[in-house]
Design a protein around this ligand. Structure first.
Ligand code: NAI
Ligand code: MG
Length: 325
């Protein structure tokens, strides 16, 4: 069977790093790539940032690889996550040998609930100058993300699982999240901890080596994973997966980087590592490991892009990774 991968480069450096990741996938697997459009440049020409055709292609694919959108990002990525039925956003943040990191001992994976919390979209202005937001936390979604997180920790050899919450203040909603997640941990008979998310932010900064998998409600996962990006040497290195029951979308955590777009110097590592997550997800475990090993080797010995202190181009780095493979 040849899997169909929908490829959406999007805007800015998405146009540079996605082709790089496709070159790497081509070197290790035999996929059929279907290119689709989304982002600011499509919004300008058609009035829609995410054409229905792209939504349908992603919904029907075996997996999607997305680069980044510019100002229209929320109108592109939120519906795309919905198109693939994603409930879990997986964001590994690892320091690599040879890369200058604030905390070289960091090896964290954020498992972030992707459908509710304060990103419920239920916002309104109830009176002039008075606005409200409804934070939705359900037992089902909390249990589902906790099951995914505990399973991920076991499958990937992480001993430490932490449940991030603020149940001392948001007693009903985060109380619900914490009760449901604890029940999953207790049923599995494994050790885990929970932590108040504000204190956790400080502990992650000071002692990241004490943490492994962090299971989070939506906003906490978004913020804590960006904090972790700062620990390991920047956005050019962070991949992510948006996983559903039978479809998934993979993307770098970074955006379209308009400050360097078109210069050919974007770091392709985040997108290539996202492609490794795609391989893993589709059952190509060995190929995923080879891609990660090749990226690690090039990060350690070069060539490196300017964000990591080098002077190489996106193409040089990609060619070196393909050579390693
Ligand atoms: P950004 O991630 O695009 O850039 C932040 C900084 O990191 C910039 O200095 C950029 O040059 C650098 N950087 C990011 N990725 C890099 C890479 N691969 N190699 C080397 N340097 C890299 O975030 P920013 O500047 O906040 O947003 C720019 C645009 O991207 C905005 O229009 C925003 O809406 C959009 N965005 C889209 C996202 C998405 O599509 N998922 C996510 C975040 C932002
Ligand atoms: Mg974010």
């Amino acid at each position: 069977m040849t899997e169909e991968i929908v490829v959406i480069p999007g805007d800015g450096i998405g146009q540079e790093v996605v082709p790089a990741a496709v070159d790497v996938l081509d070197a290790v697997a035999d996929f059929e790539f279907v290119k689709a459009e989304a982002g600011d440049h499509v919004l300008e020409s058609t009035g829609e940032a995410l054409p229905e055709e792209t939504y349908d292609l992603a919904a029907g694919a075996d997996a999607t690889l997305f680069g980044a959108a510019g100002e229209s990002a929320a109108d592109v990525i939120l519906p795309l996550r919905e198109a693939v039925g994603s409930f879990a956003n997986i964001r590994p943040a690892r320091a690599y040998p040879g890369v200058d990191a604030l905390r070289p001992e960091t090896d964290l994976v954020f498992v972030r609930e992707n459908t509710e919390g304060v990103y419920s979209g239920i916002e309104s202005e109830i009176a002039d100058g008075v606005t409200t937001l409804t934070r939705v936390i359900t037992e089902d979604a909390s249990r589902r993300i906790a099951e995914y997180g505990f399973e991920y920790a076991e499958a990937n050899g992480y001993d430490d699982v932490t449940l991030a919450h603020k149940a001392n203040v948001m007693r009903v909603t985060d109380g619900q999240f914490l009760d449901a997640a604890r029940a999953v941990g207790d049923d599995r008979g494994v050790d885990y901890d929970d932590a108040l998310m504000d204190a956790l932010a400080m502990h992650l900064l000071l002692r990241p080596e004490e943490y492994g998998v962090v299971i989070c409600p939506n906003l906490a996962g978004d913020m804590l994973s960006d904090l972790a990006a700062g620990l390991v040497g920047g956005l050019g290195l962070l991949p992510s997966a948006n996983v559903g029951d039978d479809n998934a979308l993979f993307e770098p955590v970074h955006g379209s980087a308009p400050d360097i777009a078109g210069e050919g110097i974007a770091n392709p590592a985040a997108t290539i590592l996202s492609a490794a997550m795609l391989l893993e997800h589709l059952g190509y475990g060995e190929e995923a490991t080879s891609v990660r090993t090749a990226v690690e080797s090039v990060l350690e010995s070069g060539p490196r892009t300017p964000d990591l202190g080098g002077s190489a181009s996106t193409e040089d780095v990609t060619a070196a990774i393909v050579d390693e493979l």
